[in-house]
Structure formats: structure tokens, C-alpha cells
Design a protein around this ligand. Structure first.
Ligand SMILES: Nc1ncnc2c1ncn2[C@@H]1O[C@H](COP(=O)(O)OP(=O)(O)OP(=O)(O)O)[C@@H](O)[C@H]1O
Ligand SMILES: [Mg+2]
Length: 257
């Protein structure tokens, strides 16, 4: 399933958070979305997931206008893992949170298949032992894994992950990124991963979109985009690049003034 973002402009108030953004999202590819705080990554993911509606431009899902699709229809195709979760005083079990991913598939109530898919997703993320725990009592990293499991249970063809590794320890960072790659290859999914860790992006993303002030500053193959020049003009930081097994790793040296 492919998605085309064409000339998308969005503003919450008067200043635009996205300006004429074009992005191509292809199946069987992991697309990294990088850029400084406030550069528009989350806003763009929300437009693609139809949580927000672009003021200008259009988004096509397999050639079909997102504008003409219902939220439920979009949810059958697109899974979204938000950047952070809010605390909610009402208790909700981990199992129920993951089962909620099946909602677009329910008819009038959940079936055995929904329960099966839920357990499968919990197993894949290695969190079966958390199934009966209260979601809101979990650590940030545990919650992140639960939400990834939810998008798996959803059987979406497109995964939008907003900083999925930000709360994870180094082992789970690698596990989540490896899993994303594996799913993308095996099930021919498309994944878009907004990520601050340039080294994880360098290692796991096929392509990247680099955002600056709500615009696409550079886009293309990961290693063509992650150059010291691009990084210094977008982040204002001097970096050096070292190689390990042909993968470039970025070492920040100093902020530029
Ligand atoms: N609900 C909102 N109301 C008003 N302005 C908003 C809202 N959400 C985001 N913005 C603004 O839109 C711009 C883009 O924000 P966005 O959250 O998309 O950035 P981001 O690239 O995801 O940043 P981060 O790396 O910090 O997550 C920022 O200037 C932000 O202040
Ligand atoms: Mg964000």
C-alpha cells in the first residue's frame, strides 16, 4: 500500500506548521522522518492518519483521496503509534488496549480471531506477561511496546510510528527497529518512523525525509540525506561521521552559532 502526500499545508493557528510538503511512502520500505523539535513531524503523521485535515494539498492512499474516506476505513489500513501517552485515571488492561487495535475489524462484537490476533501481537512484542496489568501503571517503554502491539493487532498495511524508541532502553530500541524492518519486509508493509536518533535512522531506514520549519529540507536514500552538511544546516550542530560495517554513525561535536 502506497501513500502520496502532495503539496500539504497545515496550520493550527496563523503560522503554518507544514508548508507544501510532498512525501512518497512506499510499501516494503521503512521511511524515517527526522528534523528538529517543532519541525512538523507529528503534525504530518497526524495528517496522514486523518486526525488532522490539511488546509491545502492532498493525501492519496493507493490513489484514493483520504478526504473521502471515513476514519474507520482509514483505521483498517493505517496503524498509528502516538509520540506519548497521557495518564488516564481509569484502569484499562494491556490486553484491552491491544484488543482495541481490532476495532476496525469488529462487526458487532469481537470474535475469537480478534482475541487470537491480540495474543499474537502481545507475543511478538514479548509482553504477554503484562496482559492483565493496568496500562496506565506501566513504564513509558512498556507502554510504547503495548501501543506497537496494538498497531500489529490492527493488521494495518501502513505503520506510522511517532518516536517509537524514545522511551526504550538500548536493547528494546534495537528490537523494535528490527521488528519494524522484519514486518515491513515480510508483510510488505510501509512504515513511517519519526525519530530523533539519527544513528537508528541511519541503520534501519531505507529512506529519510528531513524536515525543517514545516518544510521538507531533503529527502531520499538515508545515507544520501544524512550528510554532515544537511545535519548542520537543519540542526545547527557540527557532526562527524564514522563507519562501522559500512553503516555511517553520526557523532555530534558542537552546536554551531
Ligand atoms: N495542538 C497544537 N496547537 C498549536 N500548535 C501546535 C499544536 N501541535 C503542534 N503545534 C505546533 O506545530 C509545530 C510542529 O509541531 P510538531 O508537533 O508537528 O513537531 P515535531 O516535529 O513532531 O516536534 P518534536 O520533535 O518535538 O516531536 C510546532 O511549532 C508546534 O508548536
Ligand atoms: Mg513530534
Amino acid at each position: 500500500m502506497n501513500i502520496t502526500v502532495q503539496g500539504v499545508t497545515f496550520f493550527y493557528r496563523s503560522t503554518p506548521s507544514l508548508t507544501e510538503v510532498n512525501v512518497d511512502i512506499h510499501e516494503s520500505e521503512v521511511l524515517g522522518m527526522i528534523g528538529p523539535n517543532g519541525s512538523g513531524k507529528t503534525t504530518l503523521l497526524k495528517c496522514i492518519n486523518k486526525i488532522l485535515e490539511p488546509k491545502q494539498g492532498r493525501i492519496l492512499l493507493e490513489g484514493k483521496h483520504l478526504k473521502k474516506m471515513s476514519r474507520l476505513e482509514v483505521a483498517k489500513h493505517i496503524g498509528y503509534v502516538p509520540q506519548s501517552t497521557v495518564n488516564n485515571p481509569s484502569a484499562l488492561s494491556v490486553f484491552d488496549v491491544v484488543l482495541m487495535g481490532r476495532r476496525p475489524h469488529f462487526t458487532w462484537q469481537n470474535s475469537e480471531k480478534d482475541t487470537e490476533k491480540t495474543w499474537e501481537a502481545l507475543k511478538t512484542l514479548k509482553i504477554e506477561h503484562l496482559a492483565l496489568r493496568d496500562f496506565y501503571e506501566l513504564s513509558g517503554g512498556e507502554q510504547q511496546r503495548v501501543l506497537i502491539a496494538r498497531s500489529l493487532a490492527q493488521e494495518a498495511k501502513v505503520l506510522l510510528l511517532d518516536e517509537p524508541t524514545s522511551n526504550l532502553d538500548i536493547k528494546y530500541q534495537l528490537e523494535v527497529m528490527n521488528l519494524t524492518r522484519k514486518l515491513v519486509a515480510k508483510q510488505r508493509l510501509a512504515a513511517v518512523v519519526a525519530i530523533h536518533d539519527l544513528n537508528l535512522a541511519s541503520r534501519f531506514c531505507d529512506k529519510v525525509v528531513m524536515m525543517k520549519n514545516g518544510r521538507v529540507y531533503a529527502a531520499g536514500k538515508t545515507h544520501d540525506v544524512l550528510t554532515p552538511e544537511n545535519i548542520s544546516s537543519v540542526y545547527g550542530v557540527e557532526v562527524v561521521i564514522n563507519y562501522n560495517k559500512e553503516i555511517p554513525y553520526i557523532i555530534p561535536i558542537e552546536p554551531l552559532n
